[in-house]
Design a protein. Structure first.
Length: 152
């Protein structure tokens, strides 16, 4: 009888460990099972997205306000066109707001940070953020540094 109780305890601990790993994987990947709130779409164009991916965070002052929903290459301008799903409760993004691709953490996760402007007009569904700052790519910086050192 004691062996059976021990086996049941070990089995319960294994199930708890597997459940904990599943929850951790969902948190890290950004996936949720909860119903999301309504959103509207805003676009931005960047010269270099430097590793930004679909489902990356969109934040204001570090607070999550949406996610990247799509990334495409604009054939006319040869720039990356990023679609962002912004929560409808965030209805105070002015038309002169700016978007920057920033890096978070040691692993270099990319996300979009938005700075709200001071214009009276607000962004609506389908609007484009005109003022953008592309990702800072380490390889580009090293190349510029080396080329400037070789000239001097």
């Amino acid at each position: 009888m004691k062996v059976r109780a021990l086996e049941m305890t070990v089995g319960a601990m294994m199930l708890a460990g597997i459940a904990a790993l599943l929850v951790l994987a969902l948190k890290v990947s950004g996936l949720t099972f909860s119903a999301s709130e309504p959103t509207y779409t805003v676009y931005a164009r960047f010269d270099n997205i430097g590793g930004l991916t679909v489902r990356s965070k969109v934040t204001i002052a570090g607070v999550l306000i949406g996610r990247v929903s799509d990334i495409q290459l604009d054939p006319k301008t040869m720039r990356a066109k990023v679609s962002m799903e912004i929560n409808k409760s965030v209805n105070y993004l002015s038309t002169d707001s700016s978007a920057m691709i920033l890096t978070s953490g040691l692993l270099g996760e990319k996300y979009i940070g938005i700075q709200v402007g001071a214009d009276e007009d607000m962004l609506k569904d389908g609007s484009t953020i005109e003022y953008t700052q592309s990702a800072l790519v380490l390889e580009d910086l090293i190349g510029k540094f080396l080329s400037s050192q070789s000239k001097s």
